[in-house]
Design a protein around this ligand. Structure first.
Ligand code: SAM
Length: 292
């Protein structure tokens, strides 16, 4: 049996190194012996596909990934965990631990240097406080990765995976669907972690698209339109767009007519195609007002 799936071993190593959990770093470590092997199996790692892990903690997921992948690079911010990882991962020679902040790290450079531009996936039990910024950063940078398999709070997983145009969808759903096809893999109960968080989690996989699913003339404008549309969830789309895009309600309504979208529509009713139509009209108007 893998020693890291034995909770008393993990607790003993952490205690030996005087480690105490930091809430502000989102440190909830997995102690359920079935979750990490499942995540590792499903993330797409193989003898040919390397893995980047964000936040290895005590190395429970790291070692499952290292059994499958030819190489694992684990990025951990908390220096106190480095001696812990030295000890828990000592049986493996295909793991490299890097002490860095995943928010600031140059992942493109890392992939070039560590994986020789070969195939890579990302797999992580993400610290909750950086879920959305990390996911969005990794997607927006168009990293040369096949997929992103992450454990996040169940509510965030639902929102991220919700198809634009459905009630659960939000700005992040549309943004994520622009770059990937999200998949809900499985749910994980709060009791699978020490310390146990207040809410359940879920593992999702974002399969990276080679081409966006809709044709957008200006990506910046597309994301601005999406963000503005969801600014005030309880209001209609035309109210949200009017304040978010700083134009009159009448001008918004004219745009909605051109885009063939009903005046009283709400942001969560809009498909990717409809967001793209609105955004392309905004870009066209902008171009007319500020010709090159
Ligand atoms: N992978 C381990 C597991 O599943 O048991 C730990 C997961 S824990 C939810 C999140 C981990 O991310 C912690 O080890 C924490 O120190 C680390 N972390 C927090 N913020 C980070 C950041 N900005 N960059 C890299 N790692 C970070």
């Amino acid at each position: 049996m893998n020693k890291l799936s034995d909770i008393s071993y993990v607790k003993a190593v952490l205690q030996k190194h005087g480690f105490t959990f930091s809430k502000s770093l989102g440190q909830n470590f997995l102690v359920n012996p079935t979750v990490c092997p499942r995540m590792a199996q499903m993330c797409g790692a193989s003898e040919k596909v390397g893995v980047i892990e964000i936040g290895p903690g005590a190395g429970v997921l790291t070692c499952e990934l290292a059994k499958i992948a030819w190489k694992v690079v684990a990025v951990e911010l908390d220096k106190r965990l480095l001696p812990v990882l030295d000890e828990t991962l000592s049986d493996f020679d295909n793991i490299k631990v890097i002490n860095a902040d995943a928010i600031k790290l140059d992942f493109k450079q890392l992939i070039k240097e560590e994986f020789n531009s070969g195939e890579v996936v990302i797999c992580a039990n993400l610290p909750y406080y950086i879920t959305s910024p990390v996911i969005m950063r990794l997607l927006e940078e168009r990293l040369p990765i096949n997929s992103l398999t992450v454990m996040v709070q169940k509510e965030a997983a639902d929102r991220i995976c919700a198809k634009p145009g459905t009630r659960e969808s939000g700005a992040i759903s549309a943004a994520v669907h622009y770059y990937s096809t999200p998949e809900m893999l499985f749910k994980v109960s709060a009791g699978s972690f020490i310390p146990a968080p207040k809410v359940d989690s879920a593992v999702i996989k974002l399969n990276i698209l080679t081409e966006p699913p809709v044709s957008v003339t200006d990506e910046k404008m597309f994301f601005k339109v999406v963000k503005s549309s969801f600014l005030q969830r309880r209001k209609t789309l035309s109210n949200s767009l009017s304040s978010g895009m700083s134009i009159s309600k009448q001008a918004v309504n004219e745009i909605l007519i051109r885009a063939e979208i009903k005046q009283n529509a709400r942001a969560e009713e809009l498909s990717m195609e409809q967001f793209a139509r609105i955004s392309n009209i905004f870009s066209e108007i902008n171009k007319k007002e500020k010709p090159d």
